[in-house]
Each structure stands twice: as C-alpha cells, then as structure tokens.
Design a protein around this ligand. Structure first.
Ligand SMILES: C[S@@+](CC[C@H](N)C(=O)[O-])C[C@H]1O[C@@H](n2cnc3c(N)ncnc32)[C@H](O)[C@@H]1O
Length: 278
C-alpha cells in the first residue's frame, strides 16, 4: 500500500533542484522543431496548492521555492524556471507549486506529447482532474516499473523520461536500476533524468555507485548534501543521462546560485556537479 504523498514535500529544496534541471532540459530539447514526448514514471498530483493541508503540514516549500523566488538575479536559466512558476501563479503570490507534470505541460508545444504514470488511486484522480482538457496527455493508473519500457522507443523518436520515485519500497532502488537498464537498452537515445534521495542506508549508497559503474556516456551527476531536512534525508541527487552537451557551461553557475540561496535554511554543506560528455 502506497502512503507517500508528494504534497508533504512539494517545493522543497530537492524539488527546486529537480524541477530546475527538468525545465532546463525541456527547453534545450525544444531548440529543435521536431516534436518529442515527455514521460513521467512517477507523476504525483501534477500541481499542489500552497493552502492544501499536506503542504501546510511541514511547509517545506518555505525553505525551497519561496527562498528562490526572492532571489534578485538575472541568470537566464534560473530566470526561465522562475518565470514559469510566476506565470503559473499569474505573476502574483505563490499559491500553486507546479510539479514535474505541470511544468512539462506548460513547457511543451502543441505538437509534443506527454505520458504520465501514477499508481496511487487518489493522486491518479487528482492528476486526471488537473489535466482533463489537454489532448496531448495520456495518464495511466499503472505501475511504471511494469509499463514504462513498453512505450520505448517512442514514435516521436525523441523523449525526455523523468524517473522520480518515492523509494518507499525496500527493493525500489533495484527496480529503478532495472527500469533504467531496460529502457536504455530499448531506447539508448532518450534523455533520462533520475532523482534519488541521499540516505545513510547501504541500498541508497550503492544505488548511485552502481549507476556510475555502468559507465554510461554523456552522464551528468549532481548531488546536494544537506545536514538536517525534516524528512531525514541527507540530501538529494540527480543523474541526467544523454544530457545536453552544453549542460555544464549553461547551468553550473545557476546551480551555484541555487545552492548558495538554499544553503542557510537547509544546511547545505556541499554540492557536486560532474559530467562526462563526449
Ligand atoms: C516523488 S512523487 C512524484 C513527484 C513528481 N514527479 C514531481 O516532481 O512533481 C512519486 C509518486 O510516484 C507514485 N508511485 C509510487 N510507485 C509508483 C509506481 N510503481 N508507478 C507509478 N507511480 C508510482 C507515488 O504515488 C507518488 O505520487
């Protein structure tokens, strides 16, 4: 039985990092006119009202997106992400925090497609409600570990695939590792973004090491280490496989600004950004 609800955490430091990278990658892919598909393996509800009781429980967004929105900075990549959030909020106070699906739906063009998997029955209904009039989107109440690789290779021949589980189940690291391997085998050209929490557990530590050991080409790896998030996480990490070749030049500076801004309230002690782009 799934109990995780993303509303408890939406807009926190880990979300900011993940969603900033996602909007950067989607913008990059849109440089070519040719349509593509965005696939979200673990969709969540799509968007989160700040007034929602889940959001108000720990108010994690206060130490994440709220801080970043106060930045006075003209870094173009960061500005694009923040402008998107501001436009979703009608350039007024933050009332809605957009999750990955909502950011993608707002970023993609009329000829692009989106496919979301969400297994939790209530979150699935929320997701359906949030996207009911968008004919570009297919939403499935299915287990993405069983179904996602069946979509590949996609008819568009171009795809951004976000793998963003809650890692609630004991064997979930292994499942993610297998799903990535299966998907990559079927569609080595896809752009894959994989999020993971940094925890003390052996499984969590070996997950990142095992991905690095695969020696994937064109892999970027970002980790933000924090000392005391409410959730007990010690930070979060992202892999971007087949990332844009200019990623480091483009966003290293943006990430430094993000880390610097989040540092104080989240006790960010360290961040690393490495890539091997051929
Ligand atoms: C971390 S949240 C997703 C957050 C979202 N991607 C975002 O960035 O806004 C993970 C979601 O995956 C759902 N989930 C868990 N296991 C799943 C599975 N096997 N297939 C599809 N969805 C699953 C959970 O119900 C939860 O809503």
């Amino acid at each position: 039985m799934l109990s995780y609800r993303h509303g408890y955490h939406a807009g926190n430091a880990a979300d900011v990092l993940k969603h900033f990278i996602l909007t950067y990658v989607l913008d990059y892919i849109k440089k070519k006119d040719k349509s593509f598909i965005f696939i979200d393996s673990h969709a969540g509800a799509g968007k989160y009202l700040i007034s929602d009781p889940y959001m108000q429980k720990n108010k994690e967004y206060l130490q994440g997106i709220k801080k970043i929105l106060q930045l006075k900075n003209d870094n173009i990549f960061l500005k694009k992400y923040l402008d998107l959030i501001k436009s979703i909020n009608f350039n007024s106070d933050l009332k809605i925090y957009p999750g990955s699906c909502y950011l993608a739906a707002r970023s993609l063009r009329p000829n692009d497609n989106l496919h979301f998997f969400e297994l939790h029955p209530t979150e699935f209904l929320n997701l359906k409600k949030n996207f009911k009039n968008d004919s570009r989107i297919i939403i499935e109440n299915e287990d993405s570990y069983q179904k996602l690789s069946k979509l590949l290779p996609p008819k568009e021949k171009r795809a951004v695939i976000l793998i963003d589980p809650s890692y609630e189940l004991k064997d979930e690291y292994d499942q993610v590792f297998k799903m990535l391997s299966d998907c990559y085998k079927k569609f080595p050209l896809g752009v894959y973004i994989i999020w993971y929490p940094i925890l003390k557990s052996k499984k969590a530590v070996s997950f990142a090491l095992n991905i690095l050991k695969r020696n994937y080409k064109n892999l970027s790896h970002i980790e933000m280490i924090t000392d005391n998030l409410n959730s007990g996480m010690q930070g979060s990490g992202l892999f971007i496989l087949n990332c844009p070749w200019s990623i480091e030049k483009d966003i290293k500076n943006s990430l430094e600004i993000i880390f610097d801004c989040l540092k104080k309230n989240n006790n960010v002690s360290k961040f690393t950004f490495t890539s091997n782009i051929n």
